[in-house]
Ligand binder design. Structure first.
Ligand SMILES: [Zn+2]
Length: 153
């Protein structure tokens, strides 16, 4: 019979600092000023949001900046009603893909602005294709939660 060993449950704290670089810096500075910025691919004309330095389809640089609408359509969503490590907001929350008007890719953010505690109510209210608009935080810090969430229009 194999010997069983004792285990120690612990966690590792790994603080780090991520340099945004010029593209993300400009994108997040846009959020600070209530602007959602994308970049346009000169080859396929797709507008990428959040802004990217190159088109991942064409592999060419995307030097042209475009300001994008604060409104769009919900393309996918997921309600989370439990806690997990590193969670950016308290549950319940709805993570969502949003196709902002004028953009050609989906933007990952949260849906909110109404009671998320009753799943049946949420299921009746939240539908793919539903129009949503950005709700801005009063205090912005040049980070993704400068947009508090997107709420139904
Ligand atoms: Zn392209």
């Amino acid at each position: 019979m194999a010997k069983e060993f004792r285990t120690l449950k612990t966690s590792v704290n790994l603080p780090y600092e991520l340099a945004y670089g010029p593209i993300w810096t400009r994108f997040f500075d846009g959020l600070l000023n209530k602007k959602i910025l994308g970049t346009k691919c000169p080859k396929c004309d797709r507008i990428l949001v959040p802004a990217r330095s190159f088109c991942p389809r064409c592999f060419v640089d995307t030097p042209e900046w475009v300001e994008i609408s604060h409104e769009g359509a919900l393309t996918a969503w997921c309600l989370t009603n439990y806690r997990y490590y590193g969670q950016p907001v308290e549950p319940p929350s709805i993570s969502a893909l949003i196709r902002l008007d004028g953009a050609n890719v989906d933007f990952l953010h949260l849906i909110g602005g109404f009671d998320l505690g009753d799943f049946e109510l949420v299921r009746r209210k939240v539908k793919n294709g539903m129009r949503v608009k950005a709700v801005w935080n009063e205090e912005r810090k040049a980070q993704i939660f400068d947009i508090k969430y997107f709420e139904p229009v």
